[in-house]
Design a protein around this ligand. Sequence first.
Ligand code: WQD
Length: 343
Amino acid sequence: MKILLTGGAGYIGSHAAVELLDQGYEIVIMDNLSNSNIECLERIKEITGKSFAFYKVDLLEYDLMNQIFKEHSIDAVIHFAGLKSVGESVKAPLDYYLNNISGTVNLCSLMKKHGVNKMVFSSTAAVYGNPDRVPIDESFPVSPASPYGRSKLMIEEILRDVYHSDPSWRIAILRYFNPIGAHHSGRIGEDPNGIPDNLVPYITQVAVGKREKLQVFGNDYDTPDGTGVRDYIHVVDLVKGHLKALEYIEKKKGIEVINLGTGTGYSVLEIIGNFREVTGRPVDYQITARRPGDPGVTYANPKKAEIILGWKAEKNLKDMCQDSWNWQSRNPDGYHSALLSEA
Ligand code: WQD
């Protein structure tokens, strides 16, 4: 089977590429490299010993994307590509709606044109906003608190309409909780542009000496230590969930929304404590004001994924912290480290 990975050079996409190649799939990667690095593609080939076609194409480049479908007989698409910063989306909502939504409409139109009707879509737990209670299951009300979360929810609705217009489509919508960690080789990992939005890459950059100290956004939440609680899931567990979803839509028509989380929540201070243990470094931090829009506590009810996909997260928090640190300590400047060392 040949799978098109949009955004396949990104953090989640590259881990999915490794997993798919290891499982014997053929892949094609399309990525505009706006938040990823060409070096990552070399690392995927190095880890798997396999090659694949790559196209530096943006979701808005309809004709260039059409070329990909003309040159390859694509069986299914895993759609990772999209702008994904909550904070940035508040400042530049139109960029998010243009890129994420119009880009997905382009992609679905080309899939329809070329008779490709299977998609696994990268959505987010951010569609739930600030839940009234936890754990969160797929039946919970959705109320995203940012243009980023709203763009993902709107795409979910578009996919639902596409399915209702043509029930031959098979779509799995995966709502990610908080992906962290890296491939055990330490050769691929999370490499955010500029100052990291997210907790774990910020912590590992403090630990490796790239940043001075972490700001902990609030310690007055209704949680045991007052800091925010999230459902962190190892990125390799997450992408294994994608392969299970691929198998599922292979067998079953229809559209399904599925949470990908562990069902366990950890606080910011617990995460810091784990990284202090794993790295043997102080990981300095200071408590600051809450970040606007942040929910206090979110974590998944992962039951549906277990029942319909036969998937359950296997890695624990220590694995996640060790693998995140293994990547960062071997690549202090992310993929740029390679370019620096070759310079
Ligand atoms: C986690 C916790 C923060 C940074 C978002 C998106 C989600 C996905 C992951 C894209 C919270 C605290 C964070 C920092 C901190 N993104 N924090 N200091 O906000 O749960 O989820 O990113 O796919 O869709 O919604 O993740 O890592 O930003 O925050 O104290 O410098 O860490 O308040 O409690 P979040 P996060």
